[in-house]
Write a protein that binds this ligand. Structure first.
Ligand code: ADP
Length: 309
């Protein structure tokens, strides 16, 4: 199975929300990253056939998804960002309702409901009303409805929105478990949600695809740009005005500052450190300092290489 996006653009009036996106997906987990307004929801809404693009197409195994219509939608599971739940419904009744909407046959549906409740670890809450669910339980029941029809393509929009760290980790692990042999696309602006479970990450910035590749490959590109400085507290203002600061840790009378720098931070007590995805994210999205054009070019090359395969 291969899902391809060709020359895809979408605008709302004069606002370009997506600009000439080209990439492809097969089975695996893909993390879709970008700050608010980057175009993630617009892309997802096009991929699930809820929104029509201005130009370009999305093809599943060489066929336009808009022409495939119902046969495409039957392969699809979608967890939208904000979904009003029916508070008075029990979990089991809600899934029954969603399954009926999806046109699932009643007998098969009842068995499948028990199966997915167990997959999202909600079997014990099957007869509880959704109104009494915690945030994490609500997210899990929304994932459950998305996988009811055993979709080959699963699209999750901000699946951990509003959750505490423990619940985030739980949802993250659950997503990896249910994703076997599916194409899963997870949109988020939280880097840690997808860093360790995605085969590939794609990053959108103001409607443009900055990169789509394996995390390790993109991190290689900023391998010589992340440093740890040991500075005195009074030096901090100078350091933060000069570099992008990823984090700071006070240790007695010194501060350990993790910075991004295109050059070696001469004049300071420093050591190079291994980049993580958050570093790349900050490198691309820090408003004050523009990313190096060579880095952007190399990220583009990576994306195109993946596309050519
Ligand atoms: P994200 O999901 O990454 O936050 P969106 O796809 O929601 O990004 O939005 C991309 C851009 O398109 C933003 O500038 C947003 O303001 C604009 N936009 C999104 N939906 C609409 C709409 N219905 N009408 C006008 N502009 C919109």
């Amino acid at each position: 199975m291969i899902l391809e996006i060709h020359n895809l653009s979408k605008s709302y009036g004069s606002k370009m929300a997506l600009e000439n996106i080209n990439c492809s997906f097969s089975e695996g987990i893909y993390g879709l990253l970008g700050p608010n307004g980057a175009g993630k929801s617009t892309l997802i809404n096009i991929l699930v056939n809820n929104l029509v693009q201005n130009t370009g197409e999305v093809m599943l195994d060489g066929k336009d998804i808009r022409q495939l219509g119902e046969s495409y939608r039957s392969l699809l599971g979608f967890m939208p960002q904000q979904q009003a739940l029916f508070d008075s419904f029990t979990a089991r009744r809600f899934l029954g309702y969603m399954g009926t909407l999806k046109g699932m046959e009643k007998r098969k549906l009842n068995d499948r409901i028990e199966e997915v409740l167990s997959m999202v670890n909600l079997s014990n809450a099957a007869d509880k009303r959704l109104g009494s669910f915690s945030g994490g339980m609500k997210q899990r029941i929304l994932i459950a409805q998305a996988i009811l029809n055993d979709p080959k393509i699963l699209i999750l929009d901000e699946p951990t929105a509003g959750l505490d760290p423990k619940e985030r980790i739980r949802i993250r692990n659950m997503i990896s478990e249910i994703s076997f042999s599916k194409l899963v696309l997870i949109a988020t602006h939280v880097v840690t949600d997808i860093e360790f479970i995605s085969n590939e990450i794609m990053i959108l910035k103001q409607g443009e695809l900055v990169v789509k590749s394996q995390p390790a490959k993109m991190l290689e590109i900023i391998a010589d740009k992340v440093y740890e400085l040991h500075v005195r507290e009074e030096e901090l203002p100078k350091v933060s005005s000069r570099w992008r600061v990823c984090s700071m840790l006070k240790d007695n009378d010194i501060v350990i500052v993790r910075i991004l720098s295109d050059d070696q931070p001469e004049g300071y007590d420093y050591r190079p450190v291994k980049p993580v995805l958050e570093d790349l994210y900050l490198y691309l999205f820090d408003d004050r300092i523009k990313p190096d054009t060579e880095v952007l070019e190399r990220l583009k090359e990576l994306t195109n290489k993946g596309w050519a395969v």
